[in-house]
Ligand binder design. Structure first.
Ligand code: GUN
Ligand code: ZN
Length: 427
């Protein structure tokens, strides 16, 4: 047994989904609360933590908000070095910036160095878990999972599969995508905190044979996740229509090949037809909202409130490096702004839920991460609610605890991250 650690401060807890029940019933901030951590897990909260933690090592964070570590449900770690590249929309952006950079990951040393840089940046921003695409190179997957294991982080990742419409040197085949993904899945899925996601990049860069091969692999390993992109830009959807003339819609290109399921993660999902919405809901699939990417690459306005009110499940993500920030605070702010453009105000509690428990749920890791509750991993992020002069002067005017938190969501960055804990270890 390791020494118990007692964190005190305001504590964010969830009892339900604030997109389904009124947020005030689903989300609580216990002011001057406590979290007791031992052997990598949360063992108690509130008065129970204070009582049981009388002899624990104390970490007092007066006025700070203790949150679950942020969970970024969709990112591309190989795009770390090309984040914020100017002037292109999706397909041009992929060809101009992304594919040349991803080519470099054929060098394992480059992949390892980028994985280390990326995960350290995530922790600096309070993100303790991510679902990341890798490149077509199997060693890019080993690099990320190895870097995650070194930091004891619960990470989802997969080899990105592409066998057409990508440059020489960045294509696999249906067979090699199946074989390499299978070997990586068997090596990493459930090894320590790692989880594998079968990863066809998106329908335009896979042949039907490749999608079918990956669908077969998923059927053989139904407990693995599957991550891809869906209906991000209008031009992309038109391209999918040309490439798959028999498909009813974009989602059908996945569905027809065994790539639609509850453990599927569909990034963006902005321009959906009614049939697609119905099928995604029926199977309980995970939609991943990537707001800074959707504005940066000019993709469109995800219908967060409309889709969640129809019973669809959503998580939140940076989509690094199509997204313009590594920060889940910045992603929450962008999600708020996009919803405002659609005429609705998302509450701070709902934004925080999306960035933690909501993302954990779409990753099917919600019994392990995303909440501050006894039994879950002690992956925590402590937010300074007055981290800059600009935020501090606004925070001084706060009327209540939610009004004290919201300026940090809208204006905060890595300076707001006062402390990060991963599996019970303080960073
Ligand atoms: N669609 C296919 N690949 C990508 C990618 O790398 N980033 C984004 N934003 N969309 C994609
Ligand atoms: Zn993406």
């Amino acid at each position: 047994m390791t020494t118990a650690q007692l964190l005190t401060g305001h504590v964010l807890t969830f009892t339900d989904d604030p997109f389904v029940v009124p947020w005030a019933e689903a989300v609580r901030i216990e002011q001057n609360g406590a979290v007791l951590v031992q052997d990598g897990r949360i063992v108690a909260t509130g008065a129970d933590a204070m009582a049981k933690g009388a002899h624990a090592t104390r970490h007092d964070h007066p006025g700070h908000l203790i949150c679950p570590g942020f969970v970024d449900a969709h990112a591309h770690y190989p795009q770390t070095a090309i984040i914020a590249s100017w002037g292109k929309r999706l397909i041009d952006w992929l060809n101009t910036y992304t594919f040349p950079e991803e080519m470099r990951f054929g060098d394992p040393a480059y992949a390892e160095a980028t994985a280390d840089t990326y995960l350290d940046l995530l922790l600096d921003h309070g993100t303790t878990s991510v679902a990341s695409f890798c490149t077509i190179h199997p060693t890019s997957v080993d690099a990320l999972f190895t870097a995650a294991a070194t930091r004891n982080m619960a990470v989802v990742a997969g080899k990105t599969c592409m066998d057409r419409n990508a440059p020489d040197g960045l294509r696999d085949t249906a067979q090699s995508a199946y074989d390499d993904s299978k070997a990586l899945l068997e090596r990493w899925h459930g090894t320590g905190r790692a989880r594998y996601a079968i990863t066809p990049r998106f329908s335009p860069t896979s042949t039907e044979d490749q999608l079918a091969a990956l669908g077969a692999l998923w059927a053989e390993h139904p407990d693995a996740l599957m991550q891809t992109h869906l209906s991000e830009q209008v031009d992309e959807i038109a391209w999918v229509r040309d490439l798959y003339p028999r498909a009813r819609d974009y989602l059908d290109t996945y569905e027809a090949h065994g790539l639609l399921g509850a453990r599927g993660l569909y990034g963006h999902a902005i321009h959906l037809a009614p049939r697609e919405v119905d099928r995604l809901r029926e199977v309980g699939a995970g939609l991943v909202h990537c707001p800074t990417s959707n504005t940066f690459i000019g993709s469109g306005l995800f219908d967060l409130m409309g889709l969640t009110s129809q019973g669809l499940r959503a998580g939140l993500a940076t989509d690094t490096g199509g997204g313009s920030s590594f920060s889940m605070l910045r992603s929450m702010a962008a999600a708020y702004e996009i919803a405002q453009l659609r005429g609705v105000a998302v509450h701070a509690s709902q934004l925080l839920w999306l960035a933690t428990a909501g993302s954990a749920r779409v990753l099917h890791m919600d019994t392990e991460i995303g909440q501050i509750a006894p039994g879950l991993a002690a992956d925590l992020c402590v937010l300074d609610l007055a981290s800059t002069p600009a935020i501090a002067q606004r925070h001084a005017r706060a009327n209540d605890i939610w009004d004290a938190v919201f300026p940090t969501i809208m204006m905060g960055d890595d300076r707001a991250i006062a402390d990060v804990w991963v599996a019970g270890a303080r960073r």
